[in-house]
Design a protein around this ligand. Structure first.
Ligand code: NDP
Length: 246
């Protein structure tokens, strides 16, 4: 059984959707969760976790803000003395066909989905190396593996996370730190709720398991990769996509 008692976890984009489920899932397994999102957006999930008798605190973090990664890591070390688990989950999409894609939409997606993972991972690695323990999980996407028309920026950011995780995994494996990726398929969240009607039915029809994923489906994979049971797994991408891409 997964037991994360005594572990301290930072989850970005914890206010909604997949990140919220990951924060709740890690806390349910005993971790103290630093739930991060912009402004006070993660306050509610932190309160909810506390009300369930588990441990969490909210942190205001815009992952694209200069110095934000160092600040949240420093605050976590000051309060808890360690960081065991980092989940790079915050993400955005700004879809457009390549010929019409604006440079600002490319930059925003790369900054939020990829560069933020660089900054947070770099900041968290220092205490993890000192501890000789760490679990880093990046949330990619099926689109980073398969590509998707209209998502050149998003697919590049999500494929980038896969290469990033492998490179960092090789660098820090000898220090007891694992770096893995979870690649969700289509999951019911605000990000996908915008798609309705026929387009949604067409999506669902492409999924062999015949349903969209839930945030809890993704959280379960993250909890596993964060656990002691996954200590021999690093540099891997775990697809949680109902079979839509194998
Ligand atoms: P949502 O849109 O539901 O939530 C996005 C989360 O990211 C929010 O918590 C939001 O926080 C946070 N966020 C966005 N921008 C920033 C920022 N600049 N700084 C800090 N936090 C930010 O998304 P999902 O839950 O659907 O997606 C979560 C992750 O999973 C993303 O990386 C996404 O790409 C990936 N994914 C999602 C899939 C899906 O089908 N839903 C499929 C595959 C991958 P705030 O409250 O501050 O806005």
């Amino acid at each position: 059984m997964i037991d994360l008692s005594g572990r301290v976890a930072i989850v970005t984009g914890a206010s909604r959707g997949i990140g919220r489920a990951i924060a709740i899932g890690l806390a349910a397994q005993g971790a103290h969760v630093v739930a991060a999102a912009r402004e006070d957006h993660a306050d509610e999930v932190a309160r909810e976790i506390g009300a369930a008798g588990r441990k969490a605190e909210a942190a205001a973090l815009d992952v694209t803000a200069p110095g934000g990664a160092d600040a949240i890591v420093a605050r976590t070390i000051e309060r808890h003395g360690r960081i065991d688990i980092l989940v790079n989950n915050a993400g955005i999409a700004r879809d457009q066909l390549m010929l019409r894609m604006k440079r600002e939409d490319w930059d925003a997606v790369i900054a939020t989905n990829l560069t933020a993972a660089f900054a947070l991972t770099q900041a968290a690695l220092k205490p993890m190396i000192r501890q000789r323990f760490g679990r880093i999980v990046c949330i990619s996407s099926v689109v980073g593996q398969s590509g998707n028309a209209g998502q050149a920026n998003y697919a590049a950011s999500k494929a980038g996370l896969i290469g990033f995780a492998k490179a960092v995994a090789l660098e820090v494996a000898s220090r007891g730190i694992t770096v893995n990726v979870v690649a969700p398929g289509l999951v019911e969240t605000d990000m996908t709720r915008a798609v309705t009607g026929k387009a949604r039915d067409e999506w669902a029809a492409k999924i062999p398991l015949r349903r969209l994923g839930t945030p809890d489906d993704i959280a379960a994979a993250v909890c596993f990769l964060a656990s002691d049971e996954a200590s021999y797994i690093t540099g891997q991408t775990l697809a949680v996509n109902g079979g839509m891409y194998m």
